[in-house]
Design a binder for this molecule. Structure first.
Ligand code: ADE
Length: 216
């Protein structure tokens, strides 16, 4: 069983995806569990404030330490071994190899920052800093979904059938799987390669291998 606890101010941005398709099936099959912690509940003062201006000046607001530490500690009180993932453009670029390393019997806490950033001291709580690429998003919610999806689909039993596992060995993130086609064999003059219609499994395997591409 893999478990993700998502600490966010915007649960409503994340939850519908996790209730759809394969992520939903993973929970239905008891292979994954997703739950949420509302960072606002740990906010300070009457306005439940979670952010403040940066020391030294500058634009924007930063997530404060107190609510983040309290939220993470509330989860760790129940599950001390849970590991913390922080989506941030300053992290290591996410890839299939890391997704595979994290796919297992584990509990991950994903902290979704918002605003312009976070107080640096928050990093003392973090096990994995993850970047989704060299661009900047407004918050950690989309990265959280990508991280969850890419890990959860690797949990045995989440994708149905042996076929998926077989394709997976080709599609390892660097090697992108071969082109595929379904019916009709001729669509507006665009024909499916003959070899795929031949029924010759040896030739088909060779064709697929030679058409497996390297990711750019
Ligand atoms: N938060 C904002 N931009 C991000 C990115 N590129 N990757 C991960 N987290 C982010």
């Amino acid at each position: 069983m893999i478990k993700f606890t998502i600490i966010t101010l915007f649960r409503e941005a994340i939850e519908p995806y996790l209730k759809t398709s394969m992520m939903w099936k993973a929970t239905e099959k008891g292979l994954a569990e997703f739950d949420f912690v509302d960072l606002r509940e740990f906010g300070l003062g009457p306005h439940k404030s979670v952010d403040d201006t940066p020391y030294g000046g500058g634009d924007g607001m930063l997530l404060r330490c107190e609510p983040v530490f309290a939220a993470i500690e509330s989860v760790k009180a129940k599950e001390p071994t849970a590991k913390v993932i922080l989506p941030t453009p300053a992290g290591a670029t996410w890839n299939q190899k890391t997704a595979r390393e994290l796919a297992g019997d584990a509990h991950y806490i994903i902290l979704c920052p918002h605003y312009e950033g976070y107080d640096e001291r928050i990093l003392t709580l973090v096990d994995y800093k993850v970047s989704l690429g060299h661009y900047v998003l407004t918050g950690g919610e989309l990265p959280a979904l990508i991280i969850i999806d890419s890990i959860t689909r690797l949990i045995p039993g989440v994708l149905g059938g042996e076929q998926s596992a077989e394709i997976e060995s080709f599609s390892d993130g660097d090697n992108i799987e071969y082109p595929q086609y379904t019916k009709p064999s001729d669509f507006r003059g665009m024909k499916v390669p003959d070899v795929l219609l031949s029924g010759n499994h040896g030739e088909i395997a060779k064709w697929r291998e030679s058409h497996t591409k390297k990711a750019e």
